[in-house]
Design a protein around this ligand. Structure first.
Ligand code: GDG
Length: 448
């Protein structure tokens, strides 16, 4: 069996890399002598046209540098200011410039040229996410015949949204050069096939295949997952280490954890909490919301806007309701260690996972896994998170409907223990049956 070669924009660095993808792919990479390839995180004026080995890890890792111009045009530009909003249906935020697309293609061509000479015929290639959509096309141009799979971590947009992109049809061409395109949810598979047919001129075949001459590609859903058993163990240990005062007998805790991104629906969540407080004066001092939102993609204008909006809203709600012994919202704009996060999930009574659009949303799964099965908290989950297709026993809400979300908060706070236990058991069964190993095995088996 050939090697597994994984590519993603960011790769886990350091001697003991962590993160969901490391758990998912680490075994396969170690067993098959695989390689993980991605950007180094370093900017240099003239990047070397060669991959550089990182020596000190459990599996081989190779990196390449970007230039400041590529960081601006390929990464912040086409990846984060065109593809990210497009894939989440936010065509109003598209920032289209010719030099963004040129740089995006150039970086992918350079990567393909560095990778192609290393390939052996039996190697399988697994490309992750929207930064590298054209990689298979570029590799095929250089003669690569390998099995190449692609997994998109975001949603796939509707054909109509895709038409907002001047090169919308080209996306279908790029996808058609993969043997397998994996998406998070069934809705994404439907959108992708429809877009390839309507915008790209492909033909739909039976069994999830599409034909775009001269190639045939399978499009299928592989909902990404977590190591639920391991996360449950971590949370049970870590709750004991939380600082005193986080849990109070007469105070319930809601939690939100999201990169500070406009797709995550944090303003809508704050408004709903404000609506809840306006409706339920008896709950003042007895419930608070911790919102952990590490900043991300700083320097892209839309991200500066979401930061200003959320700071304004949390300030407004705290200003209206806070008392000397209680503030309704603790809005934390810094990353929190993973262990603390696990303990906080377990300490929380309610998780608010209310994205306007999300590929999967792993926070929803982490919260469920972290709960005490004998006294579990309640998950309030947006219908627009990919996770909603699997986590049907959550309280499913429409994040645009502020009143409905405020009502769901009350329903969650009032939910009797037997119902909480029954919902949690059902959710946990989904997570243990479909864990992260099931996810990576499923994709690699389909690719093979
Ligand atoms: C993309 C897709 C898809 C967050 N804050 C902190 C922290 N986190 C961790 C969470 C979770 C991860 O980051 C976030 O994952 P999500 O899935 O919620 O969202 P994205 O970052 O947007 O990820 C998404 C995912 O890819 C996987 O395919 O589900 O739809 O958008 O693990 O716990 N971790 C730590 N400190 C923080 O402050 N340590």
């Amino acid at each position: 069996m050939g090697r597994l070669i994984c590519l993603s924009n960011r790769i886990p660095l350091g001697p003991n890399p962590t993160g969901g993808l490391v758990v998912a792919l680490g075994d396969a990479l170690t067993e098959r002598g695989g390689i993980w390839i991605g950007t180094s995180g370093e900017l240099v004026e003239s990047p070397e046209p060669a991959l550089r080995e990182i020596e000190d890890g459990p599996f081989r890792r190779l990196v390449f540098d970007l230039s400041p111009e590529e960081q601006a045009n390929y990464y912040h530009g086409f990846s984060n200011s065109v593809l990210w909003p497009l894939l989440h249906g936010r065509t109003d935020l598209l920032d289209i410039h010719g030099e963004f697309l040129t740089s995006y293609k150039d970086v992918n061509r350079r990567l393909a040229r560095m990778l192609a000479p290393m390939l052996e015929p039996e190697d399988r290639i697994w490309v992750h996410d929207f930064h590298m959509l054209p990689l298979a096309y570029k590799l095929r141009t250089l003669g690569a015949q390998n099995r190449i799979g692609f997994f998109l971590h975001t949603p796939f947009p509707t054909p109509l949204a895709l038409q907002a992109l001047p090169n919308g049809a080209e996306i279908s061409q790029w996808l058609a050069h993969y043997d397998l395109v994996g998406l998070q949810a069934v809705r994404d598979v439907r959108n992708c096939i429809a877009a390839m047919v309507e915008v790209g001129g492909a033909t739909e075949l039976a069994g999830g295949f599409v034909h775009l001459a001269p190639r045939q590609t399978r499009i299928a859903a592989f909902p990404i997952a977590i190591d639920a058993t391991d996360f449950a163990r971590l949370a049970a240990e870590e709750i004991e280490k939380l600082p005193a005062g986080i849990r109070k007998p007469d105070r319930r805790l809601m939690i939100g954890v999201d990169r500070l991104d406009y797709t995550k629906g944090v303003p809508q969540r704050f408004r709903a909490f404000g609506e809840f407080l306006a409706r339920h004066e008896d709950w003042h001092r007895h419930v608070s919301l911790i919102q952990i939102s590490p900043p991300t993609r700083e320097g892209v204008a839309a991200y500066d806007d979401i930061r200003a909006e959320t700071e304004h809203l949390s300030g407004q709600i705290n200003g209206a309701y806070a008392e000397i012994t209680w503030a309704p919202i603790r809005f934390i704009n810094r990353p929190v260690p993973r262990e603390t996060l696990a303990g906080l999930y377990r300490a929380a009574d309610i998780a608010l996972v209310t994205p306007l659009m999300d590929g999967m949303n792993l926070v929803a799964k982490e919260f469920v896994a972290a709960q005490d099965p004998e006294d579990p908290g309640v998950l309030i989950l947006s219908q627009f998170a990919g996770a909603a297709e699997q986590l049907e026993e959550a309280l499913i809400v429409n994040p645009h409907d502020i009143e409905q979300m405020a009502t769901a908060m009350m329903t969650a706070l009032a939910m009797p223990l037997p119902e909480r236990k029954q919902r949690h058991a059902a959710l946990m069964q989904v997570l243990t049956r479909h864990d992260v190993h099931w996810w990576s095995r499923g994709f690699l088996t389909a690719l093979g």
